[in-house]
Structure formats: structure tokens, C-alpha cells
Ligand binder design. Structure first.
Ligand code: AMP
Length: 209
């Protein structure tokens, strides 16, 4: 099974990818997480990506492609759920070609969430510095044993960066959805609600396939 999660920042891609990983025994491949790990580890990829991420811009394709290819090849081109990739039409066509070399294709799951909810979700998001676990200050508060000092706001969840990420999403990422709809490979799912409710909707769409 090859899936990709699509949606604006804060639509719940990471949360749903983690559930899909468990449910269908898939590998969760998040390009954003790979960049954040590269930053923590101080690698060249992290160094080159940092200013783009902090400003809410997309990291250039040449950097993303190498990283995405390595991750997909490591899974032998199957049994993965992509999160945050492809994010442009060029990336989508690149991915289609990569998978076609092995007779495969991808099913895109689009999480539909209204804009006002997106801003609220992103501004309330906090990430654990060590584990990378994600919380929402109101709807998914951190457990009592988590030290609040260890919770940080992602640099790109600051208001200026959020605004820029949404502009980038509308201009560069939204066309990806149309591309997969035209190919008959798009599942549209209501992304409003608690994570398990949304996960059930996704499961129902996958089962219809
Ligand atoms: P995410 O965790 O998916 O929200 O990604 C965080 C940031 O990493 C994005 O705002 C981009 O700067 C960068 N990024 C992640 N995935 C991609 C991608 N497929 N193409 C370009 N930049 C990306």
C-alpha cells in the first residue's frame, strides 16, 4: 500500500499518518520531520534547509528529492505513508515517475479543514523537544509528567511563518490535489473532529478502494 496525506499545514497529516502507520503497518515518511531531525543532528541537509523552514518557505526541490528518494528506496518502494510530500506539482510528477519505474502509483488522501481552524491549531501546537511528540494546548494537552520546559513552539508555527506557509500552500501545494483528482487517485476526507473520528473516515475511504 502506498499512501500520501495531503492538506494545509495543521490539517492533521502527521497525526493521521501515525495512525495509518499503526493500522496498516506502513512506514511513516514525513519530509518535515526528516528536516527537523537533520537540523537537530547538524547535517548539511539541515543547515541548507533551515532558513527556508524558519521563513515558512518550501525547501528547494533538489534538497527534498534526494531525501525523499532515499526514504522511498529504503522501503523498497512500497508500504509507506508520505506526509508533507509531494508539496508541489513538480514534486508530484517526480514521485509519479519514480513509482512508475516499479509499476506503482500512490493514493492521495486529502484532509479537508477550514482555514480558521488551521490557524487556531497551529498557534496552539507545541512539540516535545526530545521525543518530537505533538500536543495542542487545549485539545490534546501534554500529560502531567511532561516538563513544560521541554515543550517548544516550532519556529515555523510563529504567526508570521504560519501566514507565509498558508500563502505557499495556496499557490504551490493546492494544485497537487487537482493533479491526483484528475488521475482518479484522490480520497477526500473531512478532517474536522477528533483524530480517531477522522481516522475512521480515512479507513472507510480506503476500504472502498
Ligand atoms: P511540515 O512538518 O510537513 O509542516 O514541514 C515543515 C517545513 O519543512 C515546511 O514548511 C517546509 O519548509 C519544509 N518541507 C517539508 N516537506 C517539504 C517538501 N515536500 N517540499 C519542500 N519543503 C518541505
Amino acid at each position: 500500500m502506498r499512501l500520501a496525506l495531503f492538506g494545509p499545514p495543521g490539517s492533521g497529516k502527521g497525526t493521521q499518518a501515525a495512525i495509518l502507520e499503526e493500522t496498516y503497518a506502513l512506514e511513516h515518511l514525513s519530509t518535515g520531520t526528516m528536516f527537523r531531525e537533520a537540523l537537530r543532528e547538524g547535517t548539511a541537509i539541515g543547515y541548507n534547509a533551515k532558513s527556508y523552514i524558519d521563513n515558512g518557505e518550501l525547501v528547494p526541490d533538489e534538497i527534498v528529492w534526494g531525501m525523499a528518494r532515499d526514504a522511498i528506496v529504503a522501503e523498497a518502494y512500497d508500504n509507506f505513508v508520505l506526509d508533507g510530500f509531494p508539496r508541489t506539482l513538480t514534486q508530484a510528477i517526480w514521485l509519479d515517475n519514480l513509482l512508475a519505474e516499479f509499476g506503482g502509483s500512490i493514493t492521495m488522501i486529502s484532509l479537508e479543514v477550514p482555514g480558521d481552524l488551521i490557524i487556531e491549531r497551529l498557534s496552539q501546537r507545541r512539540v516535545h523537544r526530545v521525543t518530537g511528540a505533538t500536543y495542542h494546548l487545549r485539545f490534546k494537552p501534554p500529560p502531567a509528567d511532561v516538563d513544560p520546559e521541554e515543550l517548544i513552539q516550532r519556529s515555523d508555527d510563529r504567526p508570521e511563518a504560519i501566514a507565509q506557509r498558508l500563502v505557499v500552500y495556496q499557490e504551490l501545494t493546492a494544485p497537487v490535489k487537482l493533479h491526483y483528482r484528475e488521475r482518479g487517485a484522490l480520497l477526500e476526507v473531512d478532517g474536522v473532529g477528533d483524530p480517531l473520528t477522522v481516522a475512521k473516515r480515512i479507513g472507510a475511504e480506503i476500504d472502498k478502494q
